[in-house]
Write a new protein. Structure first.
Length: 241
């Protein structure tokens, strides 16, 4: 058996599975095994099925969340059903820190796929931080990154047109197939959410890009989504806004 696997098994038996998960969470790097074990005892685990909500916009949130597996979408919405996707939470991420000290949540959190979360009560977090102040610095860094992301979203909405924002999203989410083909797996509903607009606008914008030879939307083999034909021209859309 591989030595690393043996070490992981020994650690799991000694500290429990929650400890192993927490040890891999970036924001918790630097905490001792004893501190992680103490934190693990404070956690409760919750499972969320696809399309179920962790919380809604304007809810009062009482927990800090750690995503064990799955994917969580953070988005804003209005009474007319319009939606703006802020970002996605990936395994190992911590989220809802800002909401803990606000009167209500500023956004919705929904499981995009079946997901598992570890939950830490606000009161328990406060006591843990008093005993382990070294974690405060990491949490402030985490908040700073989210604040910068929020600022970027506002800048894009204020200063970029829809075509430029679409191009930026396609570039940010591009992947490369085994055949060297660049593509974006986001569907039209997901693109609409990222843009904060409706599917009709997405369809028209993609149509103009397709007519210009920049992208295509027809599946090619195993590649699905938006196929990028010309990366340079796509980048030019962002620069020309």
């Amino acid at each position: 058996m591989d030595n690393n696997i043996q070490k992981d098994l020994v650690s799991a038996r000694k500290f429990g599975p929650e400890h192993g998960f927490l040890k891999a969470v970036p924001v918790l790097f630097g905490l001792s095994d004893e501190a992680l074990t103490e934190l693990a005892r404070l956690l409760t685990k919750r499972l969320f099925s696809k399309d179920s909500h962790v919380f809604y916009q304007d809810d009062r949130v009482e927990h800090l969340f750690f995503l064990e597996f799955g994917r969580i979408e953070i988005y804003k919405s209005d009474m007319d059903g319009r939606k703006l996707t802020m970002w996605f939470i990936q395994p190992g991420d911590v989220f809802c820190l800002a909401n803990l000290y606000a009167q209500k949540s500023f956004a919705n959190a929904m499981a995009v796929v079946d997901s598992s979360l570890y939950c830490l009560k606000r009161s328990d977090l406060g006591r843990f931080l008093l005993a382990h102040s070294e974690l405060s610095h990491s949490l402030v860094q985490c908040l700073s990154v989210k604040l910068a992301s929020y600022s970027t979203i506002l800048d894009d909405i204020a200063f970029l047109n829809v075509t430029s924002r679409m191009a930026k999203i396609l570039l940010q989410h591009k992947k490369e197939s085994a055949a060297g083909q660049f593509f974006c797996e986001l569907n039209q509903s997901e693109l609409a959410g990222r843009l904060g607009t409706c599917r009709e606008v997405v369809c028209r914008t993609l149509g103009r890009m397709r007519a210009a030879g920049v992208i295509d939307t027809k599946p090619e083999g195993k590649v699905r989504g938006v196929i990028i034909r010309d990366l340079k021209k796509l980048a030019d859309y962002v620069q020309d806004s």
